[in-house]
Design a protein around this ligand. Structure first.
Ligand SMILES: Cc1cc2nc3c(=O)[nH]c(=O)nc-3n(C[C@H](O)[C@H](O)[C@H](O)COP(=O)(O)OP(=O)(O)OC[C@H]3O[C@@H](n4cnc5c(N)ncnc54)[C@H](O)[C@@H]3O)c2cc1C
Ligand code: FES
Ligand code: FES
Length: 493
């Protein structure tokens, strides 16, 4: 069955749209078509949160509210969801509790950031179940920039209003809202346009595989946290869009005795706790991956398929020896993740072939994992260097090592000379460690760019190797780190 219109819930009503440009963004639709101008445009690249809106969907039988950046969300991505904007919060002229607290505690000055901040806090209010903290609010607001108020009154407002469970018009209408969402779920393939220009959102993997085989020149869109910027910054004229967000077969996370399987469209937000359970360093990198809005929309598959040399997942998963599954038509193939990245901007992917699944092995008990994300800014910053190490240790010596870096070459890549020098290395004798760290210079000739100089990258990469060896040898993270989850975990022991 094919449907030739989008459908979503807006202010309690079902909206159907059958004509729009495949590349239309949600923000443009809100401001230019619906004329709901409460949602603002700041950066138009997912960084400031001025355009944040909330998307509600059913997940595991309950309503989930997520804040997303509408400037880099395609209009077509909200098919099947409920869209909530700042205009929807007040009820009969009375401010929503989040708005009321922000106004009373002086959380707004010029007000330009305020709708986005209120929407991110509204999502937190709906999802935290009264279990909030200054830290979790800081994480919830990492993608919302306020230039003039300062965050203290904003966080104070959030603390006050979120400490009790949500109680508002949205919770009171939850059952009806859930029912309205279920009624939208017709399992039909969406195809709007014609053979030369279309927005498609297949509902099954078979439909996706066939459609992409027929249109290998189409652009696959998952969370659009990369593709959205092609539209807003490069003004790329996307004519054929295949949005993969409705393919249920690609949305599962499955655990087996040996590892975890992530469907390509699993969001970074859903993947984070599963990856974080493998190792606390992975949890910390995921906490600092973009912002809550970027993690809600961005996907595991998108982070690999984009082939970015500075993507955060690839080095960590290469160190863990993950496998990638690709599909073209009816053909499925697997390859070690590290072999997917051929050269800058070039991946081992055929026309019409898409990323299907990632298979991530569990960490053996004799293995030690470390990952370090080096950025200029703590929150919402892309890595200058990301180091990931997985060392098998036995009898105080490194028996095997997989060491991978992002930001050191045109692709995420293993440091094979470093690995070679690590084998047999004594953890009890630090004198051999510097030679291992220096081997980074044999593996990589990094570039200088806006994020870091080549010299800085090489130096920090070597230092991270020494830091990992020191920690695995037994030096407390309280000495080696400023603040992170491993340190907190260590302090709690
Ligand atoms: C503000 C901001 C902060 C960010 N911070 C980080 C960060 O900290 N770390 C980091 O690594 N990245 C970061 N990113 C980049 C981006 O969010 C991630 O790379 C994200 O995982 C991309 O996933 P997506 O689903 O949004 O991909 P999309 O934008 O939908 O797609 C990205 C690319 O992959 C292709 N693609 C997507 N899915 C598939 C598939 N299943 N098969 C084949 N091709 C596919 C698309 O065609 C496109 O070429 C940030 C981006 C923004 C805007
Ligand atoms: S306008 Fe800045 S994140 Fe969208
Ligand atoms: S109140 Fe002015 S930017 Fe936040």
């Amino acid at each position: 069955m094919t449907r030739n219109a989008l459908q979503f819930i807006r202010s309690g009503r079902r909206v159907r749209i059958d004509q729009f440009a495949p590349r239309a963004t949600l923000l443009d639709w809100l401001r230019l078509e619906e004329r709901s101008t409460g949602t603002k445009e700041g950066c138009a690249e997912g960084d400031c949160g001025a355009c944040a809106v909330v998307v509600a969907r059913e997940r595991d039988g309950r309503l989930v509210h997520e804040s997303v950046n509408s400037c880099i969300t395609l209009l077509g991505q909200i098919d099947g969801a409920e869209l909530i904007t700042i205009e929807d919060l007040a009820e009969n002229g009375a401010l929503h509790p989040v708005q009321e607290a922000m106004a009373r505690l002086h959380g707004s000055q010029c007000g330009f950031c305020t709708p986005g901040i209120v929407m991110s806090l509204f999502a937190h209010y709906q999802s935290c179940g009264g279990q909030t903290s200054r830290d979790s609010i800081n994480d919830a607001l990492a993608g919302n920039l306020c230039r003039c108020t300062g965050y203290r009154p904003i966080v104070d407002s959030a603390l006050e209003v979120c400490k009790t469970g949500a109680d508002d018009q949205f919770t009171r209408k939850a059952a009806a809202r859930l029912q309205a969402l279920r009624a939208l779920d017709d399992k039909a393939d969406v195809f709007i346009g014609d053979e030369t220009s279309f927005f498609a959102a297949p509902a099954s993997e078979q439909s996706l595989a066939q459609l992409y085989l027929k249109h290998p020149d189409a652009t696959i869109v998952a969370g659009a946290t990369d593709v959205g910027l092609w539209i807003t910054k490069k003004l790329t004229p996307l004519e054929k869009v295949i949005q993969v967000g409705r393919v249920a077969e690609l949305a599962a996370i499955e655990e087996s005795p040996v590892g975890f399987e992530f469907g390509a469209i699993v969001s970074l937000a859903r993947a984070a706790p599963v990856l974080g359970a493998i190792d606390p360093d992975m949890a910390e990198v995921m906490r600092r991956f973009g912002s809550i809005q970027v993690r809600a929309a961005g996907t595991v598959g998108g982070n690999i398929a984009n082939g970015s040399p500075i993507g955060d997942l690839a080095p960590m998963l290469i160190a863990l020896n993950a496998t990638l599954e690709l599909r073209r038509g009816d053909q499925v193939r697997e390859l070690p993740l590290e072999n997917f990245f051929l050269d800058y901007g070039k991946q081992d992917r055929q026309p019409g072939e898409y990323v299907r699944r990632l298979l991530v092995p569990k960490l053996a008990s004799s293995s030690h994992f470390r990952a370090y994300k080096i950025t200029k800014r703590f929150d919402e910053d892309i890595s200058a260097v990301l180091a990931a190490l997985c060392l098998k240790v036995d009898g105080g010596r490194v028996r095997d090592a997989r060491v991978a870096f992002g930001g050191m070459a045109g692709i995420p890549r293993r440091a094979k000379t470093v690995e070679e020098k690590m084998r047999g290395l004594s953890l009890a004798d630090a004198r051999g460690w510097q030679a291992v760290a220096d081997a980074v210079g044999k593996d990589f000739t990094p570039l200088t760019d806006l994020r870091a100089s080549a010299g800085y990258r090489s130096r920090v990469a070597g230092n991270l190797i020494i830091k990992a060896l020191a920690e695995i040898a037994g030096v407390s993270p309280q000495v080696t780190r400023v603040a992170d989850r491993r340190m907190l975990a260590h302090a709690a022991e």
